[in-house]
Design a binder for this molecule. Structure first.
Ligand code: AP5
Ligand code: MG
Length: 191
């Protein structure tokens, strides 16, 4: 079993790289952002509540996303491993993930942090905003707020994994394929 956290600021390429990694390493992709957007699309009570927060670029409460991940872990007991994308986003979430995995006899193998320059993040997200309907990509103020929230609450999660010796920094600039090579190499070296 291989369980990896793909970490990084908004627009770092977590979703893009996860899609490629699930193919190569036969993993299940768990993105709290994708799960929340599905709840919004289905207009569930949770989705309607989360939408107000997500559209501003703020964080959904820890207990909500922890509950979503817990359910996914239970629903995919036969998975060969997981890629966690956009989760954990706070130290509380990171600790709770360890507890949830531990209760199943599992653990995180590796945490890979995509490092991307600020201006490149803005460029990528504004560009996606032109093509997609993600409300949180539609203007630079919301994008800047997402990056600010990352700096305030999420960046520090790296220290949690550094303390466990699981942190790997990945240069996240360049083409999608170049970055995929770097991530694949980090996983293969770990294995
Ligand atoms: P989430 O969906 O996780 O969004 P995010 O972290 O803001 O990041 P993105 O999904 O926008 O970026 P990404 O790193 O996946 O990059 P991507 O591959 O898409 O979360 C959304 C919201 O949900 C949060 O703000 C929060 O409200 C809530 N939420 C989610 N999880 C939560 C949690 N755990 N706790 C609390 N709240 C939570 O790439 C971006 C763009 O760049 C794409 O268009 C892509 O094609 C392009 N691109 C990718 N790589 C490259 C490259 N190398 N060169 C050029 N373009 C590239
Ligand atoms: Mg994403």
């Amino acid at each position: 079993m291989l369980n990896v956290v793909l970490f990084g600021p908004p627009g770092a390429g977590k979703g893009t790289q996860s899609e490629k990694l699930i193919e190569k390493f036969n993993l299940k992709h768990l993105s709290t952002g994708d799960i929340l957007r599905a709840a919004i699309k289905n207009q569930t009570p949770l989705g309607l509540e989360a939408k107000k927060i997500i559209d501003k670029g703020n964080l959904v409460p820890d207990d909500v996303v922890i509950g979503l991940i817990s359910r996914e872990l239970d629903e995919h007991k036969d998975a060969q491993g997981f890629i966690f994308d956009g989760f954990p986003r706070t130290t509380v979430q990171a600790k709770e993930l360890d507890t949830m995995l531990d209760s199943k006899g599992l653990h995180i193998n590796l945490m890979m942090a995509l490092e991307v320059e600020h201006q490149e993040l803005i460029k990528r997200l504004l560009n996606r905003g032109l093509q997609s309907a993600r409300p949180d990509d539609q203007n630079v103020e919301i994008i800047e707020n997402r990056i600010k929230v990352y700096g305030e609450y999420t960046k520090v999660v790296a220290d949690y994994y550094k303390a466990q010796g699981k942190f790997v920094s990945i240069h996240g600039m360049g083409t999608i394929d170049e970055i995929f090579e770097r991530i694949s190499k980090a996983i293969t070296e770990h294995k």
